[in-house]
Design a protein around this ligand. Structure first.
Ligand SMILES: Nc1ncnc2c1ncn2[C@@H]1O[C@H](COP(=O)(O)OP(=O)(O)OP(=O)(O)O)[C@@H](O)[C@H]1O
Length: 893
C-alpha cells in the first residue's frame, strides 16, 4: 500500500484547512447576504426579503403537497441554494474589496490604523456599510475615525466628507450624493446616499460652506481646530426660493461654538459679523447673539424690525467708530444701542439710546466731546427728526458716552439745546484754538412739567488755557454772559487759579427799590457798616449789597447824566453821614446851591459852602484839620485814628488833654465844574488854585486821618477835574446810561455805555473799586421828604406805604437825641431850620417839636473854622420859641 510523503501530508492538511476556511467564509457570506444584508432591490423589495419569501413559499408548498412532490421541492431548494451561494461568492468579496479600498482612501484623513502581523485591523471595523444599494454600492455607512485624525475636530469633518464624496453611491449617476451626520454616541460619521434633489444635499453644502467660512472669519488654524472646541450646527432651516434651483433650504438658525476662543473685543465680534454679512448672502438678514462660547445667528426677513434694528445699530456703530478713527484714538470704539423708539411713537427700529466706549484716554476734554456730539447730532438729526440727543460722558478707565434721544419739547431736550447754545456762544467768544473752554450746567432751575423751560441754576465754565486772572477778561465774560439771559441775573464766583468761574442764577436786580425804613435789618446793617467806614450804595447785580469801603478807597467820584438818579445816590451818602453824627461830620460844598441846601439843618454838617470863597475857606479848613489830626497822631505815636481812639479808651487822660477824638470828616462837593468856572477876580482864581492843591494834598494822608472827599460831577473831564484829583478817587459811581466820552471820564472805561438809552431804570449805576471791579447796582430811592414811590407798578413793585423822607428820619432821630429845631435867618434874608442840643430829650419826633426863632443871625456862611459841631455853636445863640401858626417850617423850602 503506497504511503503519503510527509510533505504531501502537510500540504494536504494546509489545503484542507484553507478549503475549510473558504468553506466557512462562503457559508458566512451566504448566510449574511442571502438572509440579511442583500439589500439590492428587486421589484421593490430587498433581495434578502425575496429569499425568505421563496424559502417560506417552497417549504409551505412542500408541506401542503405532502410526500407527493418531494423531488420537485428538493430540486427547488437545491436550485435556490446554488443561486444564492453563487451570488454570495460573487458579491461579498467584491463588497469587502470595496470597503477595503474605501478605508485606504480615507486612511489619512480619518486616521485609520494599519494592520500589523500582531494586530489585524479589519476594514469593516473602520467603515461599516450597514446598507448596500443597487450596483453593490453602499447606501449607508458609518466611518470610524481616530480621535487624533485631521478630520476629527467637528469643524474639520469636511476633510473626511470630501473624501467620501468621491465614493460612488447608487445615485451618483443620477446626480445624487452623500449626506453626513454625526452619531452623537459614538462620534462616528454616518454617510447616507440620497438621490438628487434631496434637500439634505443642499443642507450639506451650506454646512460645508459655513464651516470653511467660519474657519476664515474666526481665523482658525488647524492647531486651533485640534485644540479647541469648535463646532457648527445649523439648528433650524428655512426654505427660500432660489432663482435657478427653486425652493432650497437655507439656515434659519446657526449655532457656532467657539469655546474659549478670545472674541471679547467688540471689534473682533464686529469684524466677524460684518464678514458674515458680506460673504454669506442668502437674501436674509443675520442677527447675531453672542453668549459665553457660542455665537448664535438667526436669519430674519430683511424687512423685519429685527433686521432694520440691526442695520440701525450698525449705522450707529459706524458713526462712533468713524469718530474714534478720525480722532486716532488708541483703542477702537464700540457701541451698543440700548433703546429703540416705541412703535406708538414711530418706527421701532429708530434708536433712541445708545452707549459708546471709546477706550482709554480718548475724548477726555469737553471740547473733544462736544465735537463728537456735534457730529452725532448732525447725523442723528438727519435720520431721526423731531428728537434731541443728550449725552452723558464718563471719563474713567475708558471714556464712555451715554446718548439718549428726547422729544424736542421734553425738558431734557430743552436743557440739552440750552447747554449747546451756551457752549457755542461761550466757545465762540472765549474758545480760541488753544483754549479749551467748556460750559457745564451743574444744576437746573426746577421747571413746570406743563410748560417746561430750561433755565440753568448753577453753571461752571472752565477756561482751559485761557488766563482769566485779568479783570478785563472777567468783565468781558460777565458782560457777554449777562446778555444771554433775561430771566435772571448771575452771580460770578471766579476761581482764576483754577481757570474757572462758578455761576449761580440769582433773582434779577429790581428796577427800583425803596430805601429801607428805619429799624429794618438792612437799615441797621448799613448804619452799622457806616460806623465801620463803609457806605451803602445799593444791591448789586448778581446778589449782595455794594458797600464803598472808605478805609480802602478814601475818595470817590460820582457822576452821571442829569435826571438818572445821581442826586438820590448822593442823598443816601449824606443821609448816612448825618444819621451817624456821633462818628462823622461833613462839609457840604454846593456851588450850584440847588440839591443840597437842605443839609445845613443838621448838626453833622459843620459847614455849608456855596460861594467860591466859602468853598476855598472850607477846603482850607479841611487842610488845616488834616494837619491838626496828623499832629495828634504824631504826638501820641499812633498810625491812624482807629488806634488813637483805642489809645484814648485806654488812657482817658490823653483825651482830656487833646480834646475829643476827631470824627470821620467828609468833604462833600457837588458839581466841581461850577466851582472851577473862571471868574474875572484874579484873587479868587488864585485862591481856587490853592484850594485845588490842598484837595490834591488830601489824597495821600486822608485814609489814616479819616478825611474823605466825595466829588460829584456830571462830566468830570480834564478841564473840570484835575487828573491827579480824579486818580485819588478810587471809588467811582456812574449813574444811568452815559455816552462813551462821559463814561471814560467817570469810570475810565466804557461800562457806562452798556446801559441802554431806553429803559434803564432810574438809580441804575455802575459802581467800581479796583478791588471789586465793576458792579451794576440799583441805588435805592430815598426822597428828602416823605412821599410815595415815584415809579409805576409796571417798573417795580411799589412799597405799600410812602417812603419816609431823609429829612423826616433825621429830624425824628435828632428829636429823640435831645435836639430841638430852631429857625435861623439865612444870607438870602429868609430863615432856615437848625437843630440844637437842649437839656431835655424829646421822646419822639412825632410829638410837636419845640420851634424856636433865632434872633441873632447865624448865617451859614459866617461860620469860621469850627472844631466843634455846628449844633453846640448854634446853641449859644439866643433862641426864642416859635409859635405854631407863625412859621410852618414843614412846608417845602
Ligand atoms: N434810585 C432811584 N430809584 C427810583 N427812582 C429814582 C431814583 N433816583 C431818582 N429817581 C427818580 O428820578 C428822578 C430824578 O432823580 P435825581 O434828581 O436824583 O436825578 P439826578 O441825576 O440827580 O438829576 P439832577 O442832576 O438833575 O439832580 C427822581 O425824582 C425820581 O423820581
Amino acid at each position: 500500500m503506497p504511503t503519503r510523503s510527509k510533505f504531501g501530508a502537510r500540504a494536504g492538511a494546509a489545503a484542507k484547512a484553507k478549503a475549510k476556511q473558504k468553506g466557512t467564509e462562503v457559508l458566512r457570506d451566504w448566510l449574511t447576504l442571502t438572509w440579511f444584508t442583500d439589500s439590492t432591490p428587486l421589484l421593490g423589495l430587498r433581495r434578502s426579503v425575496w429569499n425568505w419569501l421563496l424559502l417560506v413559499a417552497t417549504a409551505a408548498t412542500g408541506y401542503l403537497s405532502g410526500a407527493t412532490m418531494p423531488l420537485l421541492i428538493a430540486g427547488l431548494l437545491l436550485l435556490g441554494g446554488a443561486v444564492t451561494v453563487g451570488r454570495a461568492m460573487r458579491v461579498m468579496p467584491a463588497r469587502r474589496r470595496f470597503v477595503e479600498g474605501l478605508v485606504e482612501d480615507t486612511r489619512q484623513v480619518a486616521g485609520h490604523p494599519r494592520s500589523t502581523t500582531a494586530v489585524r485591523v479589519p476594514a469593516s471595523s473602520r467603515i461599516k456599510v450597514s446598507r448596500w444599494g443597487a450596483k453593490n454600492r453602499p447606501l449607508v455607512m458609518d466611518v470610524t475615525f481616530a480621535k487624533t485624525a485631521p478630520a476629527a475636530p467637528p469643524l474639520a469633518r469636511g476633510l473626511l466628507e470630501k473624501a467620501l464624496d468621491q465614493v460612488p453611491s447608487p445615485y451618483t449617476e443620477s446626480g445624487g450624493g452623500w449626506v453626513y451626520s454625526t452619531n452623537p454616541k459614538t462620534g462616528q460619521l454616518r454617510a447616507e446616499a440620497v438621490p438628487a434633489g434631496d434637500e439634505r444635499l443642499y443642507q450639506q453644502r451650506e454646512i460645508a460652506y459655513l464651516r470653511s467660512k467660519f474657519t476664515d472669519w474666526f481665523k482658525l488654524t488647524p492647531k486651533h481646530l485640534t485644540d479647541g472646541m469648535y463646532d457648527l450646527q445649523v439648528t433650524d432651516w428655512a426654505t427660500r426660493e432660489h432663482p435657478t434651483e427653486g425652493p432650497v433650504p437655507v439656515p434659519a438658525a446657526i449655532a457656532f461654538a467657539f469655546g474659549s476662543h478670545n472674541v471679547a473685543a467688540q471689534d473682533t465680534r464686529d469684524g466677524i459679523e460684518r464678514a458674515c454679512d458680506a460673504e454669506y448672502l442668502r437674501g436674509i438678514e443675520w442677527i447675531y447673539t453672542w453668549s459665553d462660547g457660542t455665537l448664535e445667528i438667526t436669519g430674519v426677513d430683511p424687512d423685519s424690525i429685527g433686521a432694520k434694528r440691526k442695520r440701525s445699530a450698525r449705522w450707529v456703530a459706524d458713526l462712533i467708530a468713524g469718530q474714534a478713527k478720525a480722532a486716532r484714538t488708541k483703542d477702537s470704539a464700540t457701541s451698543r444701542v440700548t433703546g429703540w423708539q416705541e412703535e406708538v411713537h414711530g418706527d421701532p427700529w429708530v434708536p433712541i439710546a445708545f452707549t459708546a466706549d471709546f477706550g482709554s484716554g480718548a475724548f477726555t476734554t469737553g471740547r473733544d466731546q462736544r465735537a463728537v456730539e456735534n457730529v452725532i447730532d448732525d447725523a442723528m438729526t438727519a435720520s431721526t427728526a423731531g428728537v434731541v440727543w443728550a449725552y452723558e460722558w464718563t471719563v474713567g478707565a475708558t471714556t464712555t458716552v451715554e446718548a439718549r434721544a428726547f422729544p424736542s419739547n421734553h425738558i431734557a431736550a430743552l436743557r440739552k439745546l440750552e447747554l449747546k447754545r451756551l457752549r457755542s456762544v461761550v466757545e465762540q467768544k472765549f474758545g480760541g484754538r488753544r483754549s479749551d473752554v467748556d460750559v457745564e450746567v451743574i444744576s437746573w432751575e426746577p421747571c413746570d412739567d406743563e410748560a417746561p423751560v430750561a433755565l440753568p441754576a448753577q453753571v461752571r465754565v472752565r477756561f482751559g488755557a485761557l488766563d482769566v486772572s485779568k479783570a478785563e477778561t472777567k468783565d468781558a465774560f460777565e458782560q457777554h454772559y449777562d446778555g444771554l439771559y433775561t430771566a435772571c441775573d448771575w452771580h460770578y464766583d471766579w476761581r482764576s487759579a483754577e481757570g474757572l468761574v462758578n455761576l449761580t442764577a440769582v433773582p434779577r436786580l429790581a428796577n427800583a427799590i425803596a430805601f429801607p425804613e428805619n429799624g429794618t435789618p438792612l437799615f441797621e446793617e448799613m448804619v452799622e457798616k457806616f460806623r465801620e467806614g463803609k457806605i451803602y450804595i445799593g444791591p448789586q447785580k448778581g446778589g449782595g449789597e455794594f458797600y464803598w469801603d472808605l478805609n480802602k478807597c478814601a475818595h470817590g467820584l460820582i457822576g452821571g447824566r442829569t435826571g438818572a438818579g445821581k442826586s438820590c445816590s448822593l442823598d443816601i451818602i449824606l443821609f448816612l453821614t448825618l444819621w451817624c453824627s456821633d462818628v462823622a461830620e461833613i462839609i457840604v460844598c454846593d456851588p450850584k446851591r440847588t440839591d443840597f441846601t437842605w443839609t445845613p439843618e443838621f448838626p453833622s454838617v459843620i459847614r455849608f459852602a456855596a460861594g467860591a470863597l466859602e468853598i476855598v475857606d472850607a477846603v482850607g479848613y479841611v487842610r488845616q484839620e488834616m494837619d491838626r489830626r496828623q499832629t495828634i497822631l504824631n504826638k501820641r505815636g499812633v498810625r491812624n485814628l482807629r488806634y488813637l481812639r483805642k489809645l484814648y479808651a485806654e488812657h482817658p487822660e490823653f483825651e482830656a488833654e487833646d480834646g475829643p477824638a476827631p470824627k470821620r470828616l467828609i468833604l462833600f462837593f457837588d458839581e466841581l465844574a461850577n466851582f472851577w468856572m473862571k471868574s474875572d477876580n484874579e484873587d479868587i482864581e488864585a485862591q481856587k488854585v490853592t484850594a485845588r492843591t490842598q484837595m490834591e494834598e488830601l489824597g495821600q494822608l486822608a485814609r489814616a486821618l479819616e478825611i474823605n472827599m466825595i466829588l460829584a460831577a456830571q462830566k468830570p473831564d480834564k478841564d473840570r477835574m484835575s487828573t491827579q484829583l480824579k486818580e485819588m478817587c478810587e471809588f467811582r459811581l456812574c449813574v444811568g446810561p452815559v455816552n462813551e466820552y462821559t463814561s471814560k471820564q467817570i469810570l475810565d472805561t466804557n461800562h457806562g455805555t452798556r446801559f441802554p438809552e431806553e429803559g434803564t431804570p432810574k438809580g441804575r449805576a455802575w459802581a467800581t473799586t479796583s478791588e471789586l471791579g465793576f458792579r451794576v447796582v440799583q441805588v435805592p430811592y430815598l426822597p428828602n421828604s416823605t412821599e410815595d414811590a415815584p415809579w409805576p407798578a409796571s417798573v417795580a413793585p411799589r412799597p405799600a406805604h410812602p417812603i419816609t423822607g431823609s429829612k423826616d428820619r433825621l429830624r425824628e432821630l435828632l428829636a429823640t437825641q435831645g435836639y430841638q429845631q430852631v429857625m435861623v435867618p439865612n444870607s438870602d434874608g429868609g430863615r432856615e431850620p437848625r437843630w440844637v442840643l437842649t437839656d431835655e430829650p424829646i421822646a419822639s419826633a412825632r410829638q410837636p417839636v419845640l420851634r424856636v426863632r433865632i434872633d441873632k443871625a447865624a448865617s451859614v456862611s459866617a461860620a469860621g473854622p469850627l472844631p466843634a459841631p455846628a449844633a453846640p455853636a448854634a446853641a449859644t445863640v439866643g433862641i426864642a420859641p416859635v409859635s405854631e401858626d407863625e412859621d410852618d417850617w414843614d412846608d417845602p423850602w
